[in-house]
Design a protein around this ligand. Structure first.
Ligand code: PMV
Length: 336
């Protein structure tokens, strides 16, 4: 492409975008197409205000390759390649190279969905720099190519990732069910380990689909969980929401453990935290467990129970820190 055409097609200004991580209340695990990153099951999530990625992006004609700084250090080759591939998908292979600086307000790659907030922020910035459609559903389709859960982080509040039928994935995107002001529930994230996880979600999903004997049952039963959570949200029924979210989480981890070779994302502190939350519940405090592909435990609770639940989580010796999150906003640009 000629330099003049490039100048017209791309915005060479510096853009900063913010996106928040999300927690799945109904979990996504499994792909109907690994190549196109199309999920095999739908999922429902809550976007979290306290877990945030801020990304500064700029096309730069003087660069010979993409430059990716993550949390103030050059990113690993694996992460850089993943970003380059993603930028090629969004902006084309004849695009200029880009300088990307991304910072997470929380541990990266440890089961706190940093890929969700990271790819959502990047999608927002790149789509603007490359002059793409800014409709949230189009952006969600693009974010999904980076990471399935990122499609949900384009929205604030409660979002549902749909599974489409199009082989190309044009109808696999997330929609907003309710915005962040709809219902104030809290998520307390108890961090027990800040090391990166052993098996990435893509590899884990592929191994599960190929070897886990419960995979078919997982796919078949996910529709009921989606209906239940949609109903619980519509009626703001906290007990119902918590029960189904915990069930979806435990079912996903049981499925993952049943793969060959087996995978276990938990640490001893994870199990202790599950028991602590169950004890709280048996003593009358409604709190529910959810865990992604990592050892951290998240307690879903009501605003009036935050202090009690937080104290109980902090009493577990392996807990490094507890982060309190509320429903958060969708991805946005800080400047244009
Ligand atoms: O978006 P990915 O590819 O990192 O997969 C996310 C998988 C889980 O976090 C375990 C579940 C979910 O729905 O977010």
């Amino acid at each position: 492409m000629k330099e003049k055409q490039r100048r017209e097609k791309y915005n060479f200004g510096q853009l900063t975008a913010v996106a928040h991580s999300n927690i799945a209340l109904v979990k996504y695990w499994g792909k109907r197409s690994a190549a196109k990153n199309l999920p095999a099951v739908g999922s429902i999530s809550l976007t979290l205000d306290a877990l945030k990625t801020e990304t500064t992006f700029q096309f730069d004609a003087s660069l010979n390759s993409d430059l990716f700084i993550l949390n103030e250090k050059p990113a690993s080759e694996f992460r850089r390649n993943r970003i380059t591939e993603f930028l090629n998908c969004l902006a084309g292979t004849d695009r200029p190279f880009a300088r990307i600086e991304s910072k997470n307000s929380f541990p990266t790659g440890a089961g706190l969905a940093s890929s969700a907030s990271g790819f959502a922020a990047l999608t927002k910035a790149v789509s603007c720099a490359a002059g793409l459609d800014q409709n949230t559903e189009s952006l969600s389709t693009l974010a999904r190519m980076g990471s399935g859960s990122a499609a949900r982080s384009m929205h604030g509040g409660y979002a549902e990732m749909k599974i489409g039928d199009d082989a190309g994935g044009s109808d696999d995107y997330a929609i907003q069910l309710y915005d962040e002001g709809y219902w104030d529930i809290r998520l307390l994230v108890a961090i027990v380990s800040i090391g990166s996880k052993e098996t990435g979600s893509t590899e884990g999903m592929i191994r599960t689909a190929e070897t886990a004997p419960y995979y078919k049952a997982w796919i078949e039963s996910s529709g009921t969980d989606l209906v239940d959570v949609r109903r619980a949200l519509a009626s703001r029924n906290f007990t119902r929401l918590g029960e189904v979210a915990e069930h979806s989480c435990m079912k996903m981890h049981g499925l993952i453990m049943s793969a060959r070779p087996s995978m276990l994302y938990w640490e001893p502190g994870t199990v202790e935290l599950i028991r602590t939350i169950w004890d709280l519940r048996s003593q009358g405090t409604p709190a529910y467990v959810t865990i992604d592909a990592g050892p951290q435990v998240k307690a879903i609770c009501r605003p009036q129970d935050v202090d009690r639940v937080k104290q109980a989580l902090e009493s577990v010796p392996d807990v490094i820190r507890v982060i309190e999150a509320r429903p958060g906003p969708g991805a946005y640009l800080l400047n244009k």
